[in-house]
Write a protein that binds this ligand. Structure first.
Ligand SMILES: NC(=O)c1ccc[n+]([C@@H]2O[C@H](COP(=O)([O-])OP(=O)(O)OC[C@H]3O[C@@H](n4cnc5c(N)ncnc54)[C@H](OP(=O)(O)O)[C@@H]3O)[C@@H](O)[C@H]2O)c1
Ligand SMILES: *[C@@H]1O[C@H](CO)[C@@H](O)[C@H](O)[C@H]1NC(C)=O
Ligand SMILES: *[C@@H]1O[C@H](CO)[C@@H](O)[C@H](O)[C@H]1NC(C)=O
Ligand SMILES: *[C@@H]1O[C@H](CO)[C@@H](O)[C@H](O)[C@H]1NC(C)=O
Length: 405
C-alpha cells in the first residue's frame, strides 16, 4: 500500500561482492564437494541456494502489502535478491522488475511471483513502488537513488557502500541487532560483511555480559574480492597442481593466494591496521551503540577458500561469563546456528556455512587470558548472504513490521 507520507524503499546492494555466488566457479566447487561422502556436508548436496532460516517467524508479515521493484534482476546480484524475496515473509502484493534495453520486454522466473516481465528502468516507474531494490552498479545507484527517493512519496534508500556507513545521522543496520533504527529512516546503510557476521554473535553476548574489549582475527574467502578474486584462486591453484607453475600468479591479491595466507585486506592505514580491520572497529561500535573509544581490534587475513568468512573472536566482559548461558543465548538468537559439539567434531566451517542464512557459532570456551570475564569462540558466515542481499531484504522486512513502509 502506497502512502504519500511514507516512503518507498530503495535498496542499493553491493554488486562486486555479491555477484560471485552464482558464478560458474562456485557451481563447480559445489559439484566437487558432492564427492565428500559425509552427510555433515549435506548442505552441499543440493545447491548453494540458502535454506530456510531457523528461528525466524515464517508467517507473513501482516502489515500492508507492498509493491516491490527490483532493478537489475536479470543480473547475478538481482537474482539473489529475488531469491531472498521469494523466501521472505515480506507481504509483496506485486513484484516489478526493471532492466536496461538489453532485457526489457523479456520475462524472468521469480518463484512464487511467477514469470515477471522486465520493464525498462525509469525513475517515475520505480517511484510507483513502495520498495525498490537496486542491484546495478554503484554508479547507477549514485545517479538515480536520490531521484527515486526524494520528496514525500520518495523512496527510503538502503545503501551498501561505505559512503554513508560512518555518517552519524544514517543508521547502519543489522536488523537482528538495531532494526529499530530503521524506523522512519530515509537512508539506511548496510554494514560490511565481516562486521555483520561477527556482530551476529557478539551482540547476544553484549546483552548478557556487557562487552569490555573485543579482539578478532578473520579468515576471509577469496570471494570477498569478487569474481576476479575467485578466478585468481582457481586458476592459480590449477596452474600449481598441474605443474605449470611453481608459484601462482597474482593480480587481484597482493601475493599469490593458493597455498598461502595473506595478512593484508584493503589498504594499510597510518596506525598500521588495514582499512578492512578499521571497518570492523568503527562498525561494531556504531551498530552496538558502543562509545567511540570502545576497544575493538582486528587482524584480517585472506585465505584460499572460495566463500564464507571465518572469525576467531575473543571478548573480555564486564560481568563474569556463564558459558552455559552464553551457549543458550547463541542457541536462541535469530540468525545464529550453534555448531558446538567438539566431542563429535562439530564446529563452524566455511564448508557447512556456505549458502546458509544463519551464521555458525562454536568452539565456545572460557578464555585462558581473561578468565571468568572472558570468552573465546569461532564464527563462520556466508558473507554473500549475511553481508549483502539477505541483510538488505531483512531490513525491508523490519521496516514493514515497524510501519516504515
Ligand atoms: N557477475 C559477476 O561475477 C561480477 C563480479 C564482480 C563484479 N561484477 C560487476 O557488478 C555489476 C553487477 O553485477 P551483476 O553480475 O549483477 O551484473 P549483470 O549481470 O551485468 O547485471 C547488471 C544488472 O543491472 C541491470 N542494468 C544495467 N544497466 C541498467 C540500466 N541502465 N537500467 C536498468 N538496469 C540496468 C542489468 O539489466 P539488463 O540485463 O536489462 O541489462 C542487469 O540486470 C556489474 O557492473 C559487474 O561488472 C559482476
Ligand atoms: C556496494 O559495494 C560495492 C563493494 O564495496 C561497491 O563496488 C558498490 O559501488 C557499492 N554500491 C553503491 C551503490 O555504492
Ligand atoms: C522460490 O522458492 C521455492 C520454494 O522455496 C523454490 O522451489 C523455487 O526454486 C524458488 N524460485 C526462485 C526463482 O527463487
Ligand atoms: C567489505 O570490505 C571488503 C574489504 O575492504 C571489501 O572487499 C568489500 O567489498 C566490502 N563489502 C561491502 C559490502 O562493502
Amino acid at each position: 500500500m502506497k502512502f504519500s507520507t511514507t516512503a518507498s524503499l530503495l535498496l542499493a546492494v553491493s554488486t562486486a561482492t555479491t555477484a560471485f555466488g552464482f558464478s560458474p566457479v562456485s557451481t563447480s566447487f559445489v559439484k566437487q564437494t558432492n564427492t565428500i561422502s559425509n552427510t555433515r556436508y549435506s548442505s552441499f548436496n543440493t545447491n548453494i541456494t540458502p535454506r530456510t532460516m531457523s528461528k525466524r517467524d515464517a508467517s507473513l508479515i501482516s502489515m500492508n502489502a507492498v509493491t516491490v521493484g527490483v532493478v537489475g534482476a536479470t543480473g547475478a546480484v538481482g537474482k539473489e535478491i529475488v531469491d531472498c524475496l521469494n523466501k521472505s515473509s515480506l507481504d509483496v502484493s506485486k513484484l516489478r522488475i526493471f532492466g536496461s534495453s538489453r532485457s526489457a520486454g523479456s520475462t524472468r522466473d521469480a518463484g512464487k511471483f511467477g514469470e515477471v516481465p522486465v520493464e525498462l528502468f525509469d525513475v517515475a516507474a520505480a517511484r510507483e513502488c513502495d520498495v525498490v531494490f537496486l542491484a546495478v552498479s554503484g554508479d547507477f545507484a549514485l545517479e538515480h537513488a536520490k531521484a527515486i527517493s526524494e520528496g514525500d512519496d520518495g523512496a527510503v534508500v538502503i545503501d551498501n557502500s561505505s559512503a554513508f556507513r560512518y555518517d552519524k545521522d544514517i543508521p547502519l543496520v543489522v536488523p537482528e541487532i538495531n532494526g529499530e533504527c530503521t524506523k522512519g529512516a530515509k537512508l539506511i546503510a548496510n554494514p560490511n560483511c565481516t562486521t555483520a557476521i561477527g556482530l551476529m554473535a557478539l551482540y547476544p553476548l553484549h546483552k548478557l555480559f556487557k562487552l569490555k574489549r573485543v579482539i578478532m582475527s578473520t579468515y576471509q574467502a577469496a570471494s570477498g574480492a569478487g569474481q576476479p578474486g575467485m578466478d585468481e584462486l582457481q586458476e592459480g591453484t590449477r596452474a600449481v597442481l598441474s605443474g605449470e607453475r611453481e608459484v601462482a600468479e597474482n593480480k587481484i591479491f597482493a601475493h599469490p593466494l593458493p597455498f598461502n595466507v595473506i595478512p593484508h585486506i584493503d589498504k594499510f592505514q597510518e596506525n598500521g591496521y588495514t582499512k578492512e580491520e578499521m571497518k570492523v572497529t568503527w562498525e561494531c561500535r556504531k551498530i552496538c551503540g558502543l562509545p567511540d573509544d570502545f576497544p575493538v581490534s582486528c587482524t584480517a587475513v585472506r585465505i584460499p577458500t572460495y566463500r564464507a568468512h571465518s572469525e576467531t573472536i575473543i571478548v573480555e566482559t564486564e560481568e563474569p561469563v556463564d558459558i552455559e548461558a552464553a551457549r543458550k543465548a547463541f542457541e536462541e538468537a535469530p540468525g545464529i546456528k550453534l555448531m558446538d559439539d567438539t566431542a563429535n567434531e562439530i564446529y563452524p566451517m566455511p564448508l557447512t556455512a556456505t549458502g546458509q542464512y544463519d551464521v555458525e557459532v562454536g568452539r565456545i570456551r572460557k578464555s585462558l587470558v581473561f578468565g571468568d570475564n572472558g570468552l573465546e569462540f569461532f564464527v563462520v558466515g556466508d558473507q554473500l548472504l549475511r553481508g549483502a542481499a539477505l541483510n538488505a531484504v531483512l531490513v525491508a522486512e523490519e521496516m514493514a513490521k515497524n510501519g516504515s513502509l
